[in-house]
Design a protein around this ligand. Structure first.
Ligand SMILES: Cc1cc2nc3c(=O)[nH]c(=O)nc-3n(C[C@H](O)[C@H](O)[C@H](O)COP(=O)(O)OP(=O)(O)OC[C@H]3O[C@@H](n4cnc5c(N)ncnc54)[C@H](O)[C@@H]3O)c2cc1C
Length: 446
């Protein structure tokens, strides 16, 4: 038996052993409990929702806070590419958390169920496990995939077949586990990565970090094959100069970036993908593993709420308040907001904290001016791992500003670190990536 076969077996066992068991609380309530006047219901227990729940209780213990979440466990998208790439520093247990511990620690309620309807007039949310009433509603439901827009000729069966065969893994859970299994089980051959073709999408550097980390896996395991990136962008993407430099230095035999490529079809049975190349010619290539990330749109929750949204469903907010432009009792945070800042976990945390202050004031009968303190500037850093041995990462710093009218804009800068010896990547930035992740987990769970 080859080393890789042994690893496949070990990998399956290890993954199965660390998946936490989660109990569900699925008692059906016929009539929702009356609100306290200070009842906040949060839809989505991801980066934005978990931060919001903790922050509200931190600022005012008398607020009755409930998170509604459809999933059994929390799993992080940030650093999931390191897990896919086989880096020992990132195990499945480091990516996952239960929802109950932070709820008990901070004193909020966790309601497991899927939201199916929102009645803003009655201030009621319907879920598969009962109805809940609210005084303030917070939406942090994240994104959805728009296969229909990207591939208008595909029917539901084809979309489902491609989604399962070529996991997008932009939403945490089964998709990541499926992709990990496929990578660990692959023989020699190519891995095809397709970044979202157009529009705003979750964590713009993510497809390119995934490219580096899967190349790291092929290199470490001695797999003969390449990571082929079929990107509609002509080489201009998030942190492009830094990614291209490190791909060239570290994985030149493993990464084949094909810009200006538009995927037109996938055959999950034959394992082939067809695309138009930069000259407009149609090419068909085979893959062993494929991760096709479709165009993103907002989760249907914003449309379900009937609030003001843009064409892709992202919510319009009132100035810089994260309050919906069409309902003063609804706030929207995280990737579901339609501002001009790249959607990220970091900005979901930041938006949740800002909105929490507004909500605490509102439920205590004080109106906070959403334009108070403007113009305002803020900044954050987003890291991407680009090498596995040694662990080296690149970063982009973002400066955000909200002008006097509350319009939010962001500007990115990709610096070369002092310990990078003239390169964009360094071990110090790799260490900072882990510290950032641990700090973010503390924001939500400790
Ligand atoms: C591969 C990858 C790498 C990334 N790396 C980084 C990084 O390095 N740094 C960074 O800052 N960001 C990163 N991100 C982005 C980050 O994960 C997201 O921006 C962040 O999760 C957004 O938070 P959110 O609360 O808006 O959505 P989410 O975290 O997705 O949470 C939404 C929650 O709502 C729940 N939900 C949706 N609909 C319903 C419903 N009907 N009923 C009940 N519950 C529902 C979902 O199950 C989910 O748990 C990365 C993303 C990916 C995909």
């Amino acid at each position: 038996m080859e080393r890789r076969d042994l690893f496949k077996l070990a990998g399956v066992t290890a993954a199965a052993a660390v998946v936490p068991t989660v109990m569900t609380t699925e008692a059906k309530a016929s009539e929702p409990k009356k609100t306290s006047g200070k009842s906040v219901v949060i839809i989505g227990g991801g980066w934005g929702g978990l931060t919001m729940a903790k922050e509200l209780k931190k600022q005012d213990k008398t607020i009755d806070v409930t998170i509604i979440e459809k999933k059994d466990i929390f799993m992080s998208c940030p650093i999931s590419s390191l897990y896919l790439g086989g880096l020992e520093s990132v195990t499945l247990s480091r990516l996952t958390h239960d929802f109950y511990e932070p709820a008990v620690t901070h004193g909020y309620n966790f309601h497991k169920g899927e939201v199916t309807a929102i009645d803003r007039k009655a201030k009621k949310v319907t879920t598969t496990t009962g109805d809940l009433s609210y005084d303030i509603l917070v939406l942090s439901p994240g994104i959805a995939y728009d296969y229909e827009k990207q591939f208008p000729t595909w029917d539901a069966a084809k979309i489902s077949a491609v989604a399962q065969a070529c996991p997008a893994a932009l939403m945490p859970g089964s998709e990541h586990l499926a992709l990990k299994r496929q990578i660990e089980n692959m023989d020699d051959g190519n891995v095809v990565i397709v970044p979202p073709a157009s529009g705003k999408f979750r964590c713009p550097p993510a497809p390119y970090e995934r490219t580096a980390m899967i190349a790291n896996y092929l290199k470490t395991e001695g797999i003969k094959g390449k990571v082929i990136v079929l990107d509609t962008r002509p080489g201009k993407f998030a942190k492009a100069a830094a990614f291209l430099e490190s791909w060239d230095d570290v994985f030149s035999d493993y990464i084949d970036y094909r810009g200006s490529s538009t995927v037109t079809d996938v055959d999950p049975v034959k394992k082939t993908i067809t695309y138009k190349d930069e000259d407009g010619d149609s090419e068909t290539i085979s893959y062993e593993v494929c991760s096709l990330m479709p165009i993103n749109k907002c989760s249907p929750i914003t449309s379900m709420a009937g609030i003001k949204v843009n064409g892709a469903g992202f919510a319009a907010m009132d100035g810089y308040s994260f309050r919906s432009a069409s309902d003063k009792n609804v706030y929207v945070i995280g990737d579901a907001v339609g501002h001009k800042i790249p959607p990220s976990g970091q900005t979901a945390i930041w938006g949740a904290k800002r909105a929490a202050g507004q909500i605490v004031a509102q439920v205590n009968g004080k109106e906070k001016d959403p334009k108070a303190g403007l113009p305002e500037k803020a900044a954050n850093v987003c890291y991407s791992m680009v090498n596995g041995a040694p662990e080296e990462a690149i970063m982009v710093t973002h400066t955000f500003s909200a002008d006097a009218s509350g319009v939010l804009k962001g500007k990115g800068h990709v610096p070369k670190p002092k310990d990078g010896n003239g390169k964009f990547r360094s071990k110090g930035v790799g260490k900072a990536l882990h510290e950032w992740f641990d700090g973010s987990m503390r924001e939500m769970f400790s």
